[in-house]
Design a protein around this ligand. Sequence first.
Ligand code: GUN
Length: 298
Amino acid sequence: MSSSKSSNVIDGKAVAAAVIKECLTEVDALRRHNVVPGLAVVLVGEDPASKVYVGAKARTCLELGIYSRKIELPAETTQEELIGVVHDLNRDPAIHGILVQSPPPKHIDEEAVIRAIDPRKDVDGFHPENVAKLALEDPTGFVPCTPAGCLRLLKAAGISTTGADAVVIGRSMIVGKPMAFLLMAKGTDATVTIAHSRSTDLPGICRRADILIAAVGRPEMVKADWVKDGAVVIDVGINRVDDPSTKKGYRLVGDVAYDEVAPKCRAITPVPGGVGPMTIALLMKNTLQAARQQTRVV
Ligand code: GUN
């Protein structure tokens, strides 16, 4: 490719900025009714990537006039202590949204922590009640931020999903499964395949995709010969790979071998600057939805 920003690149930063602009209007409307939306982000332990994400979430809240509370707990925090913190936040009227950063340390049962979050404050959309609402296409539920961001990127790039063959690689509760529900929902209307590490002939399944969503967490796994000519590729992966030539000693790559795949695509998201900024923007959207639903002022 001759230019680094060729026309098939979906600019996640620009689309996220548009979502943030919508949020500003929504924050104004709430503040006119004396409601300050509030988000609590809980981080247990010292995972360096999680620290970066949590910092970015707090900064975006500040930019928007959303009250944010960052709760950093030591890695030794017990599950009972963590659930106690969640219960306190459930009762706190200044907090409309609660997010416990994933993954927690190994001794914590993440599923139990998610179930402890009041579903009305579950802005991640991970609580079983919100998972069910997504499956039921009930708009009062919270849609997980990353898949919601991916769908918004497709829409912003003018990609028609109706009748398209969409393949999602990865079956996580954070991305793969909710992504599949969103793609097959009424109004989006894709034909969806969920593939994963145990799928037979993963490259062959991917080659059928008009829309390929990679969410496996394996650096540059998706190669050029896995991708149909003219496909749309959304890369959810954010993987740190060692690179002594950089100041930090690592660089970020996606789940897609970008340089070889991009020339074949109708559209593709870069890493960084693709899905990442969208996840934060949609978290802000969900926090405002939570504030509206809990206060009923607008
Ligand atoms: N870790 C990676 N992505 C996410 C996310 O969307 N929410 C939470 N809570 N943790 C994450």
